[in-house]
Ligand binder design. Structure first.
Ligand SMILES: *[C@@H]1O[C@H](CO)[C@@H](O)[C@H](O)[C@H]1NC(C)=O
Ligand SMILES: *[C@@H]1O[C@H](CO)[C@@H](O)[C@H](O)[C@H]1NC(C)=O
Ligand SMILES: *[C@@H]1O[C@H](CO)[C@@H](O)[C@H](O)[C@H]1NC(C)=O
Ligand SMILES: *[C@@H]1O[C@H](CO)[C@@H](O)[C@H](O)[C@H]1NC(C)=O
Length: 617
């Protein structure tokens, strides 16, 4: 949400601090000078479009125009420029499949369906038809001067009918792995609902690319990395269901080798022909329920058949002159709005830029955000929840909290009044999509932890989520003495708290500006928040995503800062009493995907932290 006053990025010299990498190595004076030189030279070259070291707009065979941009992580980052539509997902193949859908006459919803199914095939550690999620969909005005309508679809997993509050008390690990950790999957019902309401192309056309992909593709870098994690070696090499796919010839498949999910391809092929019903009842459902029960779960056929999505108008807020649409509880959409509402009190925030005071203020907003998040749960299951949660995203609530944001110092966790502990989710995927008519989708889907419950049904090839872990378990305070939230105990058919925030922003005249969201557990809403502020500070959408981030979730009581953050800002935070931990920007943390529109030009970018590449045309 760059404001209309700031220049389009490619005409402007990037802010001098934009790509500075300060490490505490005593060569501080030289590094900024060198970087300033590089930034000035490369900006001049960008402006003249002179190719140097591959840094220039390039258009490939598929008509995708992209610019390699400086990234602070080990993977290359690209900014995509497009005029018709764009898709930013965490995998290049899937962004491409989304753009193919647009080119074939599909709209943003069609592209979201095909891209999301693709991620479920190739990045099965993040999401898939055995998981669930949330999406925000912008339907553009039907005539010029009209207003858009923005909806959310909640396709979060639900607790099975036989769930109860104490189901994990004796065995906390059973909330993480195995059949008992599986929530009733919602992904296909969510995609089906969006497609029925707003899709243009036939359903089978959207599923078919994933049917073909699942028959065999090359192991991508991110999958190869996760397959090699020590914690999964037993699973990959000794569990027959997993070994058959990930180590079919004995040793683990290597990056670039062909991997096949033939049974999943058959499952998807049935779903292409018969729709989501083929998953929720009949032979596919039989196989899934049998596998869940055989691995300790309590889910039944009735649970699966009875699954329903929730469609509502999006949760609305404003940030300065822009309109922000996001998802309702149990997501962290209300928390994102609260943090933006707090920042709005600082009138010169955008003009003053990234000073250490500004970064201190945004960190304080995050700490209040985390405190607010402890009040969020599935509102259906607590009589007082509706009003408690409805309050969080209001300007009045921010007005009440704002006087406690202090410029001179931070405070210990109690000051922010968190009331309970809130659990987190990790193996998640976000895609942002915009089409030529201004229809936009922000969709975040997940199987919770990396590789979900680690239960894969061999017959259908479906990998099942462990979303039940996003509920709290009574009785056990966390390592910091904070008690779990009774608002968020498991109950039959309840949906667990989520950190996701698929969000769409419009400018002051109601035009589409931004579709954004992310993955990375409790870091999601803070990462989305910081990327939005970076855009306000004039960074292009790729630079805004690539910029180092910080994270403070009250417990543990420290702020974790990416090692690429400017040193003088880190010092400024220390002076204000923050306990600072420096973290490697290349670790697996939050990952953001966004599509941004400025005038008639569309820009899209996927986070290089997960090797994502967007596409557009
Ligand atoms: C709660 O669920 C667990 C797991 O299925 C079961 O073992 C336990 O008996 C249930 N408790 C009650 C009170 O129903
Ligand atoms: C603001 O801080 C004061 C002093 O710590 C505290 O009494 C008050 O409850 C706080 N207000 C809010 C809304 O948190
Ligand atoms: C910093 O850490 C110390 C020691 O753990 C703790 O007492 C203090 O409250 C922390 N400060 C903040 C601002 O969280
Ligand atoms: C695919 O399903 C068949 C049963 O339909 C099963 O025998 C086979 O082992 C499965 N393949 C894999 C790779 O799990």
């Amino acid at each position: 949400m760059q404001d209309s006053k700031s220049q389009p990025y490619f005409l402007s010299v990037p802010h001098p601090h934009q790509y500075q990498i300060h490490r505490c190595n005593g060569r501080k004076a030289l590094v900024p000078l060198l970087l300033l030189f590089t930034v000035l030279t490369t900006s001049a070259l960008y402006a003249l479009n002179i190719p140097l070291l591959g840094i220039a707009w390039r258009t490939d065979d598929l008509g995708i125009t992209r610019l390699r941009v400086p990234s602070s992580t080990r993977n290359p980052a690209y900014l995509i420029k497009a005029s018709r539509g764009a898709v930013a997902s965490e995998n290049e193949l899937c962004s491409g499949i989304g753009v193919d859908t647009l080119k074939a006459g599909g709209n943003a919803v069609d592209a979201a369906v095909s891209t999301t199914l693709c991620i479920g095939v190739v990045n099965m550690f993040s999401s898939g038809i055995g998981g669930g999620g949330f999406m925000t969909v912008r339907i553009p005005p039907s005539s010029s001067g009209g207003t858009s309508q923005v909806y959310t679809i909640d396709f979060r997993e639900t607790a099975p009918g036989r769930a109860n509050k104490t189901m994990y008390v004796g065995d906390p690990l059973s909330a993480l792995f195995g059949g008992l950790s599986v929530g009733v999957p919602g992904e296909l019902r969510g995609l089906e609902e969006a497609h029925k309401r707003w899709g243009k192309l036939p359903w089978h056309r959207l599923v078919q690319p994933s049917v073909e992909l699942a028959q065999g593709w090359r192991v991508p870098t991110e999958l190869a990395r996760r397959m090699r994690f020590e914690m999964f070696s037993e699973l990959m090499l000794n569990n027959p269901d997993w070994k058959a796919i990930f180590a079919p010839n004995g040793p683990l498949l290597q990056e670039g080798e062909i991997i096949r999910r033939t049974n999943l391809s058959n499952t998807l092929s049935k779903i292409a022909l018969e729709g989501a019903d083929a998953f929720y009842k009949g032979p596919i459902a039989d196989a899934i329920i049998a596998k869940i029960q055989a691995t300790g779960g309590v889910m039944t056929h009735e649970d699966l058949e009875g699954y329903r999505v929730k469609v509502s108008r999006a949760l609305e807020g404003t940030y300065r002159d822009r309109k922000v649409y996001t998802t309702h509880a149990p997501t962290s959409g209300p928390v994102l709005l609260h943090m933006l509402n707090l920042m709005e009190h600082f009138e010169e925030f955008e003009e003053e830029g990234r000073t250490s005071l500004a970064v201190h203020r945004l960190t304080e907003a995050m700490k209040f955000g985390f405190a607010a998040r402890t009040k969020v749960c599935d509102p259906k299951f607590d009589s007082k929840a509706q009003s408690r949660i409805a309050e969080l995203s209001t300007k009045e609530f921010a007005d009440l909290i704002f006087p406690n944001v202090t410029d001179d110092t931070t405070h210990p966790p109690d000051y922010y009044h968190p009331i309970f502990d809130a659990p987190t989710d990790h193996g998640t995927s976000h895609s942002s999509i915009l089409d030529g008519d201004g229809m936009a989708v922000a969709i975040t889907s997940t199987v919770n932890l990396v590789f979900g419950s680690q239960v894969m049904d061999p017959i259908t090839g479906v990998l099942l989520n462990d979303e039940m872990d996003d509920f709290s378990t009574p009785g056990v305070p966390n390592a910091f003495g904070l008690y779990p939230s009774p608002y968020n105990y498991p109950e039959p058919f309840k949906r667990p708290l989520s950190s996701t925030t698929p969000t769409i922003v419009e400018d002051e005249s109601g035009e589409f500006l931004l579709a954004i969201g992310g993955s990375g557990g409790s870091r999601i809403f803070g990462a989305v928040f910081q990327t939005m502020l970076n855009l306000n500070w004039g960074l292009d959408v790729s630079a805004a995503i690539e910029y180092g981030r910080l994270h403070d979730q009250l417990y543990p009581s420290r702020v974790e800062i990416d090692d690429v953050y400017p040193q003088e800002i880190i010092e400024g935070l220390k002076l204000r009493g923050h306990n600072v931990t420096i973290a490697d920007v290349n670790r697996v943390a939050a990952v953001v995907q966004a599509v941004y529109k400025s005038g008639n030009t569309i820009y899209a970018a996927s986070d290089s932290r997960k090797n994502g590449i967007a596409a557009g045309y």
